[in-house]
Write a protein that binds this ligand. Sequence first.
Ligand SMILES: Cc1cc2nc3c(=O)[nH]c(=O)nc-3n(C[C@H](O)[C@H](O)[C@H](O)COP(=O)(O)OP(=O)(O)OC[C@H]3O[C@@H](n4cnc5c(N)ncnc54)[C@H](O)[C@@H]3O)c2cc1C
Length: 338
Amino acid sequence: MGGSGISLEGDDLYDLTIVGAGPTGLFAAFYAGLRDMKTKIIDTLPLAGGQLITLYPEKFIYDSPGYRRILAKDLVKNLLDQANQFGPTLCLGETVRNIAHVSGGTIRVDTDGGSHFSRAVLIAVGVGSFSPNKLDRPGIGGFEGRGVYYHVGDRPALRGKRVVIVGGGDTAVDWALNLKDWVSHLTVVHRRGVFRALESSVVELFHSDVVMKIPFEINEVRGGRRLEKVVIFNNQTGDEQVLDADALLVMIGYKTDLGPARNWGLEFSGREIAVNGRMETNIPGVFAAGDAVSQEGSVKLKLLATGFAQAALAVNVAKHYVNPESRIKPFHSSGLTL
Ligand SMILES: Cc1cc2nc3c(=O)[nH]c(=O)nc-3n(C[C@H](O)[C@H](O)[C@H](O)COP(=O)(O)OP(=O)(O)OC[C@H]3O[C@@H](n4cnc5c(N)ncnc54)[C@H](O)[C@@H]3O)c2cc1C
């Protein structure tokens, strides 16, 4: 945190500036509206929605409160709709580079597009930038985008196709469940008997007619203009099998990087921003919530529900920080007319 002598009032000064328009940031914007805070949201990406829009727009989410299941892109649409009731200012395509206290309790948020001024800041940058782990096997690189994919952006294109998914975590298992009635033939290839995905999803997968290849790994891929064959091998016996395939979905995890947030003077706990039970960082007026944080005394669960709860907590404490006469504890939302 650097400092300069600027202090603002009026239109340019916001009560709360939220860095990150993922699900945590969007729900925080709604909640800040409920608390009558003038709110701005800034995100690097051209679209709001964070990981849901970037990594899994077509995946069903089964553990969002209030929905038996909902597509990630639809949940984002609903979160935006809910937040927009209060008309927050949304600045997309801007990356926050620095956060600095200036005079009069104002915080300046510098982006590659300019400076924003706020009484309080909520950091909801999630895991920062994320990139999929690549599979290093003969042929894979050459078919990327022509049959080998690291995320599913276009579900309709897979209709009726022969699909192989490699991986055993939530992404692989959720996509297998999502696609099993959509594609003509689906095989899951996983290198060991243990799956890291949600237990109920793994049970559902094993009860489905998806072909499971365990303990198998990818040896190589072959084809002409597009992918045609996926060659797999049993890592215990060495047996090789050749699968006919139109698409190979590689879902073996992501690398993440908090990037610029590491230089804002925040205290970290491991790879995450350290917050106390009130979602306060070490910098006065700067709060953090969602995947980005490690909360003192709490088990880390990188889930939507965790981010939503932390957003509500952070906004209520921020409201009191901005206006000490207001209560931290809100009135029930049922008392409001929207
Ligand atoms: C494949 C997959 C499937 C999942 N499925 C589920 C599920 O079924 N149920 C569940 O509960 N959870 C699921 N999760 C986890 C869930 O997506 C995350 O917990 C959630 O997205 C965290 O929300 P967030 O808003 O904290 O962070 P994010 O969604 O990561 O959003 C952070 C936002 O901050 C922006 N940002 C980052 N740095 C900056 C910067 N310097 N300046 C401006 N903007 C910045 C990013 O662009 C991004 O839009 C899944 C995750 C993955 C990867």
